[in-house]
Design a protein around this ligand. Structure first.
Ligand code: DC
Length: 222
């Protein structure tokens, strides 16, 4: 598949927003790989499985009953785990934290790999996550790595929470963002880092339209 755009980067950088808008613009499919790790973390939590029980974790990853649905005319993707809509709980900081912890386990990543690769369908795919350009879609022709200072990402996250009607404390969000980055960057399996052939965009001082312009240019230029 030649039409794959990967968008990787740390938490709160705006990957999801950029990926969603690019998928709409290009008319391509969308893979939010973080949602898969988050749903997996929920499934494991619901069964009370410990992080050291790798055989069971692998089985759960292999048989995860997960579906994504986009309502006609809506921007939001609903996520169903075992037929139950888990979209709301999926997006919480607590679930992100659990996902980050469980995503460091090699057998889990291996078991979820093909499920992610299966999203590569015509006419094309926009995939966002941590290792889209380095592991899952290494041959993708278009790769982007978004960065922004931890302070800026915390502000963006706070705004997002407020838009959802949830309260947040900036110092607490900053601490969570820094802890999650640290774990995602330092893990042995598929750590967060830019692919050698990725376009790195520091979005700290950029508007969403400025970021989209750079990403669009990359896709149309090649
Ligand atoms: O992108 P996100 O915040 O929804 O991701 C939640 C966690 O899942 C993230 O902290 C690490 C893990 N993750 C991963 O390891 N690899 C991916 N491709 C996507 C997410």
């Amino acid at each position: 598949m030649n039409n794959i755009l990967t968008i990787d980067g740390p938490s709160g950088v705006g990957k999801g927003t950029v990926a969603r808008i690019m998928a709409q613009k290009l008319g391509w499919h969308l893979l939010d790989s973080g949602a898969i790790y988050r749903a997996f973390a929920l499934a494991v939590d619901a069964r009370g499985i410990g992080i050291g029980n790798e055989d069971t974790l692998e089985k759960i990853a292999q048989t995860l009953d997960l579906t994504f649905k986009t309502e006609e005319g809506s921007e939001l993707v609903s996520v169903f785990l075992n037929g139950k809509d888990v979209s709301k709980i999926l997006r919480t900081e607590k679930t992100g934290e659990m996902a980050s912890k469980i995503a460091s386990i090699g057998v889990v990543r291996a078991a979820l790999l093909k499920r992610q690769q299966d999203f590569a369908q015509t006419p094309g795919l926009v995939a966002d996550g941590r290792d889209m350009g380095t592991v899952v879609f290494v041959d993708a022709p278009f790769k982007v790595f978004l960065t922004a200072s931890a302070e800026e990402r915390s502000k963006r996250r706070l705004k997002q929470l407020q838009a959802q009607g949830t309260m947040g404390i900036i110092s607490q969000i900053l601490a969570e963002v820094v802890a999650r980055d640290e774990r995602d960057c330092s893990r042995k399996n598929a750590p967060l880092k830019p692919a050698d052939d990725a376009l790195i965009i520091d979005t700290t001082e950029l508007s969403i339209d400025e970021v989209l312009a750079q990403v669009s240019e990359l896709v149309t230029k090649k």
